[in-house]
Write a protein that binds this ligand. Structure first.
Ligand SMILES: [Zn+2]
Length: 200
């Protein structure tokens, strides 16, 4: 099996899992893994497909700008995946349209503050006395503009980015680490929203 097909199989399995959680509704969201660093090459889920039904062939190899290297139509958001992988050094980037991050960005457009929660450990941060601010950038269709906004607010210790009125990106050394971070962060955002809505 080629490296691209192997990546495609891993991406399909992850996408099915996220689709089952309701975080990749319709054809939304996209996932990627780094295939090569120099020059940068990523395997990204193909565009416009049901994320619960991907197979190992529903994957496209892209370059540092998110352009297809050898056929296929990558997700329109592949350019932002590539920028995140280049700047952060991550081996995998996941992007889903979960609801909690979008609601949180609506409430805290300048960045979502999180602190003093055990689940922050699952995001790679401390459970006490460690203010985590998840960056929020404006939505748009030009991935270079989104990439610049991401880079301006980038912090190595905060492996997530919320795109307002859109969704969230989380990254890690591999797909599993990215998933663990996303799952924990989604919980944190839900908790934070819930306590605000309760007025507590
Ligand atoms: Zn999206």
């Amino acid at each position: 099996m080629t490296a691209l097909a192997e990546a495609g199989r891993a991406l399909a399995a992850e996408a099915a899992r996220y689709a089952g959680m309701g975080w990749m509704r319709g054809t939304s969201g996209n996932l990627s893994v780094v295939l090569d660093r120099d020059p940068l090459r990523l395997a990204v889920t193909a565009s416009g497909l049901d994320k619960g039904e991907l197979t190992e062939t529903d994957v496209v190899e892209v370059d540092a700008e998110g352009g297809a290297v050898s056929g296929g139509v990558p997700s329109a958001e592949a350019g932002l995946h590539a920028r995140i992988a280049a700047i952060s050094g991550a081996g995998a980037v996941v992007h889903v349209h979960a609801l909690a991050p979008v609601l949180a960005a609506q409430r805290w457009p300048g960045g979502v503050p999180l602190r003093d929660l055990e689940m922050l450990k699952g995001f790679g941060r401390a459970a006490h006395d460690d203010l985590v601010t998840v960056p929020v950038i404006d939505n748009g269709q030009d991935m270079r503009v989104l990439g610049e906004a991401f880079q301006r607010g980038y912090r190595a210790d905060t492996p997530a980015l919320i795109v307002a009125r859109h969704g969230i990106y989380v990254w890690g050394a591999d797909l599993r680490e990215a998933r663990h971070r996303l799952e924990c962060l989604e919980w944190l955002l839900r908790f934070t929203l819930g306590t605000i809505l309760d007025g507590s």
